[in-house]
Design a protein around this ligand. Structure first.
Ligand code: FAD
Length: 282
């Protein structure tokens, strides 16, 4: 299996709580930088819980590792003033891309108190404050957002968000290529032509993946679940099977016209690299 020319690729990280974790993250960034990614991105804890960590990680990856790095920014729980000052800081630091989200407040953080309720309002706010300075990414949900009333309502909301000034979108991860193709087809039929990049989750640990997938509404097909369950704690078999399944998914997505791939690295280089190298027959 191999793709002829390299597709653009991007890698996502989360800011860590400890200095040791941060050092490891930067080392991971350096390993992935060798693949010439289009950009890195760094998540943001809704309500500002990782404001300093996100900022520090973004600036270090961007300036020291020298890969253009996009902060994620969410509006739930942040005031317009908080958002404005972060946007100013990022702009003054030469950051050119941002991932704009509504976010989910961590449990225990209380009621959302942000002035902006949905991501489309955040996109409008960023455009109003900063014009065309930022390339704005938004989130897309080929299997529908878990809180959506139904698929059609979520599709309409995505289309509104795209039209409010987004340049491109990154999807929630999924394991069935058809949901991506159906979603893209419906978005195109609505006259929206921004790139929609599949978010790719390497498989390395079944129980964590199952928990996370339940929360974010990503379906793990029965045949994948059954296979992963059968491996128990055998992490080598999980990694080998996971790499094969995700490589085949990526190949189908690329063959079907996906413009690039965005890997949720969970701050580890090897699982994403194994898939990326497989795709190029390395
Ligand atoms: P929205 O697009 O606002 O949608 C949220 C819900 O509201 C959906 O059900 C939608 O159908 C509905 N909706 C949207 N607009 C409207 C409207 N105008 N009126 C009525 N209903 C509406 N979370 C974090 O906290 N930090 C991160 O760094 C982070 N990074 C992410 C990166 C990617 C690529 C993805 C896919 C998700 C990420 N998330 C992150 C998770 C995300 O914040 C959650 O999924 C959140 O619940 C929704 O965010 P959103 O931007 O998609 O929201």
């Amino acid at each position: 299996m191999s793709i002829e020319t390299k597709k653009p690729v991007s890698f996502e990280f989360f800011p860590t709580k400890t200095e040791a974790g941060h050092e490891k993250l930067i080392a991971t960034g350096k390993a992935l930088a060798a693949e010439n990614p289009e950009f890195f991105s760094v998540t943001y804890g809704a309500g500002g819980s990782t404001r300093d960590g996100t900022l520090k990680t973004v600036l270090q990856l961007d300036q020291e590792v020298q890969v253009p790095t996009a902060p994620h920014l969410s509006c739930v729980g942040d005031s317009k003033e908080d958002l404005r000052s972060l946007l100013t800081l990022y702009r003054e630091s030469g950051i050119k891309r941002i991932v704009a989200l509504r976010g989910d407040l961590p449990s225990g953080m209380g009621q959302a108190s942000g002035e902006l309720r949905y991501a489309n309002e955040l996109v409008e706010f960023i455009r109003a404050e900063t014009g065309d300075h930022f390339h704005i990414e938004v989130a897309a949900y080929p299997e529908a957002h878990p809180q959506a009333r139904h698929f059609e309502a979520d599709l309409e909301n995505f289309i509104r968000k795209a039209k409010s000034g987004a340049d491109s979108a990154i999807t929630q991860y999924f394991f069935t290529a058809d949901c991506y193709f159906y979603f893209v087809d419906r978005v195109r039929k609505a006259g929206v032509d921004i790139p929609i990049v599949p978010g790719i989750m390497p498989i390395t640990n079944y129980s964590k993946l199952a928990r996370f997938s339940d929360a974010c509404g990503a379906e793990i097909p029965r045949w994948i679940r059954k296979q992963l369950e059968s491996y128990g704690d055998d992490s080598e078999s999980i990694a080998a099977f996971g790499t094969q399944v995700i490589t085949e998914l990526c190949q189908r997505l690329i063959d079907g016209g996906a413009p690039s791939l965005h890997f949720y690295t969970l701050n580890q280089a090897e699982p994403s690299l194994a898939v990326w190298r497989n795709l190029h027959g390395k």
